[in-house]
Design a protein around this ligand. Structure first.
Ligand code: DOR
Length: 446
């Protein structure tokens, strides 16, 4: 395996910035120092002027395999992820058929091996009746159990009270929840249909999937987790009101954590007029005040993690009427440039970006040997030019669905290089197809 020497990089890691050299050997960060230029290596990269970050770990993606591969697949979407500086991902069970038993889960791992470019993990889905499967999950080899406490894309939903209680009581592994109250949503929809006899529009999405629908469901998840002492991670929060449910401060030791996704940090309801169904997603993009509250909760720790909820759908599907268009946005290729743009705008610091996208997912999921720039850790790294630019067009994206909600946007950061286990898989221009580099994520939970 090739050894690589990265010289003079400005490393952002564990709350600090420091100019250093790194030697990558056998897929790992073998040495970190300030005078490694004489170490023998197969390849030397002079990273003067560039920033080096641990690769982003995205705990929420939909890569659509099996069954929905016209929208995306593990090979195409992981290539886009790597081009965006994401080196590990955790993938969701609302595929076809849904991932509801351990055999289907292992089959997904088999599909990823030799095809995924980034390191991978898969969630087991929860249903009203698969508690026996959930009880048998090995917490050291599976990232978590995904519970749709509100319906979204696909037909996964746990709406039976007893089933929910058993999951929160017995899951041996972290529970990740989608929180929106389906009954409240159905009521809102009915009311809007009555008051608007014509077609409903995308800008009504946040009135249908509204603040109260989110709060009713996420407060219930938090109540269940407190009652049963569960290990709960609430995915993609979108409202100021829900933030009061979560603790401020560092992630270490928390049993209940929360996250925001990049599109909810970027868009607000003002954007429906221009983007329509392109930003239709569940939970809905809400008000500018909600977005401001999410941004400030990143700073005080009520939001621990930033992820994507990458959810590709075909543009032809998105171009249908509001009610027919599926919810979800393709995001992995631009999530890190977007977060770096937010840092440039002063929303959070570069160190905080790295904490939310790399360190905290690694800590929360207890991922073995990743998420930090430390000797002995996997060489999952991203070189970034903060004087460069990422200009987004539909034509240039790598997603199978070939569009981006950010088309026309310029982010003031450019991903120059992505390494997965010491192998360069993106060189700033091309994704290099070396799927043998990626590994199944392992977890240190016992
Ligand atoms: O907008 C969304 N799309 N939210 C989800 O929870 C699911 C996702 C999808 O799979 O399309």
């Amino acid at each position: 395996m090739q050894t690589t020497l990265i010289l003079n990089a400005r490393v952002i890691n564990e709350g600090q910035q420091q100019q250093c050299d790194l030697l990558l050997e056998q897929g790992k960060i073998a040495r970190i120092g300030d005078d490694l230029q004489h170490c023998p290596a197969d390849r030397v990269i002079d990273a003067e002027g560039l920033y080096l970050l641990p690769g982003m770990i995205d705990d929420q993606v939909h890569f659509r395999e099996p069954g929905l591969t016209a929208k995306g697949d593990i090979a195409t979407e992981s290539a886009a992820a790597v081009a965006g500086g994401i080196t590990s991902y955790m993938e969701m069970p609302n595929v076809s058929p849904p991932t509801l038993d351990l055999a289907a889960l292992e089959a997904k791992y088999q599909r990823a091996e030799g095809r995924s470019l980034a390191n991978y993990a898969f969630y087991l889905g929860a249903s009203n009746s698969n508690i026996e499967q959930i009880r048998r999950v090995d917490p050291n080899s599976v990232c978590g159990v995904k519970v749709f406490m509100g319906a979204s894309t696909g037909d996964l939903l746990v709406d039976d009270e007893l089933a929910l209680e058993l999951i929160f009581r017995d899951s041996p592994v972290l529970i990740a929840t989608h929180c929106e109250d389906s009954l409240r949503i159905a009521d809102n929809l009915k009311r809007l249909r009555e008051t608007h006899p014509g077609e409903l529009n995308a800008d009504m999405h946040p009135q249908i999937r509204d603040v109260e629908a989110c709060y009713a469901s996420s407060s219930k998840a938090v109540e269940l987790a407190k009652r049963f002492g569960s290990n709960l991670h609430v995915l993609h929060l979108t409202t100021a009101k829900e933030l009061a449910l979560f603790q401020t401060g560092a992630i270490e030791g928390k049993r209940i954590t929360a996250e925001a996704c990049v599109h909810h940090l970027w868009f607000s309801d003002q954007d429906y007029a221009e983007l329509g169904n392109r930003i239709k997603c569940n939970p809905a993009v809400k008000s500018a005040d909600d977005r401001a509250a999410l941004r400030s909760a990143l700073l005080d720790g009520r939001l621990d993690i930033v992820a994507t909820d990458h959810a590709p759908h075909l543009l032809a599907e998105k171009e249908q009427s509001y009610e027919s268009a599926p919810a979800g946005l393709p995001l992995v290729e631009h999530a890190l440039p977007l977060m770096l743009e937010l840092a440039k705008q002063g929303v959070l610091s570069l160190e905080q970006v790295v904490e939310k996208v790399s360190h905290n997912p690694a800590i929360r999921y207890a991922i073995e040997g990743r998420g930090f720039i430390r000797e002995g850790y996997a060489a999952d790294l991203v070189l970034v030019d903060l004087d460069g630019e990422t200009s987004v067009t539909d034509a240039a994206v790598r997603y199978k669905c070939r569009w981006s909600p950010f088309a026309g946007q310029r982010f003031r950061a450019r991903i120059c290089s992505t390494f997965v286990n010491g192998v360069e898989l993106f060189d700033g221009e091309q994704v290099l197809c070396r799927p043998e580099a990626a590994q199944r994520l392992r977890f240190n939970r016992r």
